[in-house]
Write a protein that binds this ligand. Structure first.
Ligand code: PGA
Length: 279
């Protein structure tokens, strides 16, 4: 009798904790053993939508991200193209951001990144690829940003948006202080972002001062958002983005207001979430 009582108490306690962490997490969050498993799961979701749209004879509009985080998603999509015949003929892509100024042929440009990790390995028509122009003349930037927004809207909006998260909480290059209403624009890069990019540019002093980025509002207009974070270095900001209050200081917290966003994490990035603080 005594034993049974104890057992019931434990179950109730676990349930209470379960409810507590679920209340803490304001963005649905999937935690995987490693980044490969998370990336394959996202690639499967993307492939499913591309095939569904193909059946419906419609385009699939993808919002793409760069950095180290999405590489394994692109690798899996390229594998699916090669081994399973997944076609990207009906895909139209829009990249989130690009350094400014930067030559599109520079090794560090996101143009080169996208060709290296994805576009050179799939059958997406060249004319369906859209990236912010890091070489746009200064007096044309505003016009460029406006037409980037308009093109996305005219195609019916982004079906799936991929995102990474910066250690300062940025999404795209929407650095702390970016407003929820922000649109595609030129932005000053934060110190922490430049430090993180310093390795690619052989020194922080070589990192471009600016970037062109889709705005927070442009991102929130996407129908489905997958945001990924891997590794212990992201655990602090992941906790703030998922469990913290919404604040302009951490633009990724605005995703809490989006009805169809999921965080995909590896165990290391998820480590500080309340659900893993239970002994
Ligand atoms: P990372 O960058 O994937 O290289 O960590 C993420 C980001 O800044 O969005």
């Amino acid at each position: 009798m005594e034993k049974e009582k104890k057992k019931a108490f434990v179950t109730e306690d676990i349930l209470k904790r379960d409810i507590a962490y679920r209340g803490m997490e304001k963005i649905p969050t999937e935690v995987y053993d490693d980044s490969k498993a998370a990336s394959v799961a996202i690639a499967n979701e993307i492939a499913k939508l591309i095939r569904q749209k193909e059946k419906e004879k419609k385009n699939c509009i993808l919002g793409l991200a760069t950095g180290s985080t999405p590489i394994k998603v692109y690798k899996e999509l390229a594998r699916m193209h090669k081994e399973e015949g997944l076609s990207f003929k009906n895909v139209i892509s829009f990249n989130l951001d690009e350094y400014y100024p930067i030559d599109s042929k520079a090794l560090q440009s996101y143009h080169v990144y996208m060709n290296t990790y994805l576009f050179d390995h799939i059958d997406i028509p060249k004319e369906n690829i859209n990236l912010p122009d890091g070489m746009a003349p200064q007096n044309k930037i505003e016009e460029f940003c406006k037409s980037y927004e308009e093109k996305i809207i005219s195609l019916g909006g982004i079906d799936i948006q991929l995102l990474g998260i910066g250690r300062d909480g940025h999404i795209g290059f929407n650095e702390p202080g970016s407003s929820k209403k922000s649109k595609t624009r030129l932005i000053h890069l934060d110190k922490i972002t430049k430090i993180d990019a310093g390795g690619d540019f052989f020194g922080i002093e070589n990192v471009p001062k600016y970037a062109l980025t889709m705005g927070v509002e442009s991102i929130l207009n996407a129908k489905r958002i997958f945001i990924m974070a891997y590794g212990e270095s992201k655990s602090r900001i992941v906790k703030k983005a998922i469990e913290g209050p919404i604040t302009q200081e951490i633009p990724s917290t605005f995703l809490q207001d989006h009805s169809n966003t999921s965080f995909y994490l590896d165990r290391a990035a998820a480590d500080l979430l309340v659900r893993f603080q239970c002994p």
